[in-house]
Structures are given as structure tokens and as C-alpha cells.
Design a protein around this ligand. Structure first.
Ligand code: ATP
Ligand code: MG
Length: 393
């Protein structure tokens, strides 16, 4: 900011950093709005990355940190609901703040730490309210993603959504269908991690936004969802698994396609759902913990507690129980078996076939539980016996 200002430009910290600073929350990235044009910014600093020149954004790397420096701008025309048709570089901070979504996100701070508050953002921070800058209806029609953002901030900050905003969301929820699923997913994932997620889910239903989200058109029954203790869950995958399970959505693959999830998110969520069902039905034993893996099994315990199936005060003991079962397993990966499929083939007169993977799976269970020692000779005699029992005499 000093560099920009000594060269005659204005510079302010804007948006989330000011909001979080005033709330005493950790500030994770710093956005700076300036009257300087991107070319000026690039010229003034040693290390810059043009992360969105057409939008006027340059990342400035300095003192081990990265600052997003954006030229004052205003936007007009949003008819594809994605990109403003026109980005007009503005010369005033006011116009830059006017285009921002919520009053609490439209605060600026100058170099001396003075807050510039043109839209009542500070009062809304104090009153813990999410309100749009200007008419909610107009601001949402400009960019319907703001509905998801508003509910996401309500979740993260534990704030209430203004009355006029609620009404506007209700009337325009269907516009969310025009927003790309990646951006919806980003907001939804953050929403699920918020401190007030249950209230935020209430808002999704109350405003009808939920029904405008991919695959959730039919979501109607929120009775289970409202009671989930999301705060016990640690990862995005755990929160998504809880969300889907509470809505009785079990086709994770179809959901993942509709939401354009990465393969790894899909795998994580579906493994959690699968072992959650196993745990609920059969409970744990060493072999099941072995197949799930320790981390997944512990995560499933968190899901149990989140659904109130085990008391939350027992969660630590449940996780320790997983550790105990895990430590009791004689091996922890198939690769730790003292033999390989090749050894079994060598000992057998049969040609390779489906029997081989059956044999390995059966052997694995025996070794995990210690019924067969993980030593070549013992395994060989177990295998010969296994073969004998399989063959019809
Ligand atoms: P966080 O980074 O903690 O999620 P943030 O407020 O920094 O919160 P960003 O998405 O990083 O949110 O956006 C930075 C700022 O840009 C916001 O504070 C807001 O002023 C503005 N902004 C972001 N998205 C929109 C939008 N869709 N419409 C209007 N203004 C927006
Ligand atoms: Mg941010």
C-alpha cells in the first residue's frame, strides 16, 4: 500500500480481510483495491503474477505473502450469469464497493487502519446480519450465486439473513440453475463446514434454494439433516457423506456426476457411506477395520456420533477402540503378506483363474486375525488345505 500510495495511487484493503479482521477471525487472504491500473501495478513491484488482468487483478508477492491487487472496478450486464459483460475500471473506491455483494463484504480499510463504511457494514457486523448492498432483488438477479454466498456466510459467521433478502431469495431461487455447478459446489462445501450449518441448511430449505441445486430437486425431508452434529466431522468428505446420508441419497456416483466432483471426492464420500452402513449393521471387527483402514474407520465413528447413533461423549473411546482393533491386525496391507499370488500359483497345479484372488482374500483374513501366521511355511500348508476343501472329492 505504501508503494502504491507514494506513487500517487489510492490503495485500500477491501472485502473479506476487513470483515474478518473486525470480527477477530483469522484473515486468510488480503485483497487490495487501488486506483492504479494493472500495468502500473506490474511496473511498480518486483514480483507479480497476472491472475486476472482482464478483471484488473494482479497478485503481488511481497514479504513471503501474496496480495491480490485489483483496480477499482464496477460491473454491468450479467446476462450469462457468469461473467460481467463489461468490466469498467472506475476511479472511485465508492463504485468499487457498490458492486460487492453484502454490506459486511463492502468495507474498506486505509493504510492508517481507518474503516470506510459506506453501506452500514459495521452495523451489520454488530447486528450479525447478512444484507445485500442495495436492493436484494436486483443484486441477486445480477448474480444468483450471491444467494449461495449469502447462506454460506450465514453458516460460517453464524449470522442471520435479512428479511428482505429472505424474500428475494424465495422469489429467485430458481435462478441458481443458471450458475455453474463448480461454483455452487464451492459454496456448498464451505457452507457445510460453517459453525451454523444447521441454521444455514434451514435457510436453504426455507428459501427454496435447495430445490434449485443439482440432484436435490426432490430433497424434501430435512428432519434428519437438521439434527446432524456437523461440528464433530473433520473433512469435507465426511460432511458431504453426512449430508447425503441424512437426505437418503445413496447413489453417490450419480450425485458426483451431477456435481462434477473429482474422482477422489467421489471415492471418499462413497467409502464413508459404505462403511457407515457396515458399521451400523454389523459393528466393527478386526477384518472390517483392516479393509476400511484406520482413518476411514475413525471417520465412520465420527459419522456415528454426528448422527447421534453413539453418544458424542463416547466418540473418543470409539476412536480409541478403532486404534486398538487396528493395532491388533497382524498385517495392515496386502503387500505385507509373506507370500504373493505367484507363490500360490507355484504351490498349485491349477492354472491362474478367479480362484487365485479368492485364495488371496481368504488368506488375508486368516493372517489379519492371526489364525494363520504370516510365514511362508504356515501359509503353504493352510493353502493346501484350502485347496483340498474347495475341490469336490
Ligand atoms: P472468503 O475468502 O473468506 O471466502 P471473501 O469475502 O474474501 O470470503 P471472496 O470470494 O474471496 O470472499 O471474494 C472477495 C470479495 O469480493 C468479497 O468480500 C466481496 O466483496 C467480493 N465478491 C466476491 N464474489 C462476489 C459476488 N459474486 N458478487 C459481488 N461481490 C463479490
Ligand atoms: Mg477471500
Amino acid at each position: 500500500m505504501d508503494t502504491l500510495m507514494t506513487h500517487g495511487f489510492e490503495a485500500y484493503v477491501v472485502g473479506g480481510a476487513v470483515r474478518d479482521y473486525l470480527l477477530g477471525r483469522p484473515v486468510h487472504d488480503i485483497d487490495i483495491a487501488t486506483s492504479a491500473h494493472p500495468a502500473d501495478v506490474v511496473a511498480l513491484f518486483k514480483r507479480t503474477v497476472p491472475i486476472g488482468i482482464e478483471h484488473g487483478t494482479v497478485a503481488v508477492l511481497s514479504g513471503g505473502a501474496s496480495f491480490e491487487v485489483t483496480t477499482y472496478r464496477s460491473e454491468s450486464g450479467y446476462d450469462d450469469y457468469r461473467h460481467p459483460n463489461q468490466v469498467v475500471f472506475e476511479t472511485s473506491l465508492k463504485k468499487d464497493l457498490m458492486r460487492r455483494d453484502f454490506t459486511i463484504n463492502a468495507l474498506a480499510m486505509d493504510r492508517a487502519g481507518r474503516v470506510i463504511d459506506l453501506f452500514g457494514g459495521r452495523a451489520d457486523l454488530a447486528g450479525r446480519m447478512i444484507r445485500t448492498v442495495g436492493s436484494p432483488g436486483e443484486r441477486i438477479s445480477e448474480d444468483p450465486l450471491r444467494m449461495m454466498r449469502g447462506i454460506r456466510f450465514a453458516s460460517e459467521l453464524g449470522f442471520a439473513l435479512g428479511q428482505a433478502e429472505r424474500e428475494a431469495f424465495k422469489n429467485r431461487a430458481a435462478l441458481l440453475r443458471k450458475i455453474s455447478v463448480e461454483r455452487i459446489d464451492q459454496e456448498m462445501t464451505k457452507l457445510l463446514a460453517g459453525q451454523a450449518v444447521n441454521e444455514a441448511i434451514g435457510l436453504l430449505f426455507e428459501t427454496g434454494c435447495i430445490g434449485a441445486l443439482p440432484f436435490l430437486e426432490q430433497a424434501a425431508d430435512r428432519t434428519i439433516l437438521e439434527k446432524v452434529h456437523f461440528s464433530l466431522l473433520k473433512t469435507d468428505a465426511e460432511r458431504w457423506a453426512a449430508f447425503l446420508t441424512a437426505l437418503r441419497i445413496y447413489d453417490v456416483h450419480a450425485f458426483a456426476r451431477a456435481w462434477n466432483w473429482s474422482r477422489s471426492r467421489e471415492k471418499g464420500v462413497s467409502a464413508l457411506q459404505k462403511y457407515d452402513a457396515v458399521r451400523k449393521r454389523d459393528g466393527w471387527n478386526p477384518v472390517r477395520v483392516y479393509y476400511a483402514g484406520r482413518e476411514l474407520a475413525r471417520a465412520v465413528e465420527r459419522l456415528q456420533a454426528a448422527f447421534g447413533r453413539t453418544d458424542r461423549s463416547a466418540l473418543e473411546a470409539m476412536e480409541r477402540n478403532i486404534d486398538r482393533l487396528w493395532q491388533g491386525c497382524r498385517i495392515h496391507r496386502r503387500g505385507e503378506l509373506a507370500v504373493t499370488g505367484n507363490d500360490l500359483l507355484k504351490w498349485s497345479s491349477e492354472r491362474p483363474g478367479p480362484w487365485l484372488s479368492e485364495a488371496l482374500a481368504a488368506l488375508e483374513k486368516q493372517v489379519v486375525t492371526g489364525s494363520v501366521a504370516n510365514e511362508t511355511e504356515e501359509i503353504e500348508s493352510w493353502f493346501k488345505e484350502w485347496q483340498r476343501q474347495r475341490k469336490p472329492s
